[in-house]
Ligand binder design. Sequence first.
Ligand code: HSE
Length: 308
Amino acid sequence: MKSLKIFCPATIANISCGFDVLGVALDAVGDEMIIRKVKEKGIRITKLEGQDLPMETLKNVAGVAGLALLAECDYEGGFEIEIHKKIKAGSGIGSSAASSTGAVWAMNKLLGEPFSTTELVKFAMEGERLASGVAHADNVAPALFGGFTLVRSYEPLDIIPINSPSKLYATVIHPQIEVKTSDSRKILKTKISLKDGIKQWGNVGGLIAGLYTEDYELIGRSLVDHIVEPIRSILIPAFDEVKSTSLKAGALGCGISGSGPSIFAFSKGEGIALKVAQAMKDVYQNIGIDYDVHVSKVNIDGIREIKS
Ligand code: HSE
């Protein structure tokens, strides 16, 4: 096998209460990439369509993640990478993670799978470091493992795949502004109160229990963020209104997707998720803000090969 064409899913990180530790992969939106094994050493980005992003290997998240993988194996050749971006950069649904995970997942396959999925997470995190200044794993882990994932520990890296309830759907709306993850991290406080901590880890535990027992009410009750959302939501137009109308339309819960500006809601069943999409769209239509909207079931496989 010399080349692979793949689908690299968008992801929702944080999932309200799990800043930097929880994430989920989506099915309805993602990038496409073609990775070719070549004789020449190193990584070259040979095509990049759909977004205005750097093609220099050291400035591109796929390039940097790929180099991290190459540094840990004795393969003498290199790889060429084509990236067809469908996920907008700075949208909050894991655009950089899709590119960095796609590169390392396909390279690993083409090399005969010398690395574990957790090792691939570690390489892809180098792409996140380039994109946001911090090597967080909450987008790259679900893209590589599929479904919901928990980063139980960063040092050592310990990723726990979590059950995905079969009727759970995500609705994501992206108001057409760009929020850089690096900027939306700078505004966060570095200390939290014990009182907020108690509420937050109660919700993380509740969400994990709800995902395993497929208790949709418990999932909804646990989608609360006492720490990050109150600060970041000020960067997102009409956040409170989008959230309240989504809940009125039947969503289980609603919050900021990753570092924003996208807003996500979870619903039980596609019908409610579509109603929530309409409610979200109405808010932005009324105030004249352009948007993209996605309704997606959970992608339990993560990155997958597609036909050329
Ligand atoms: N956990 C990261 C953040 C995700 O919220 O900054 C970025 O998509």
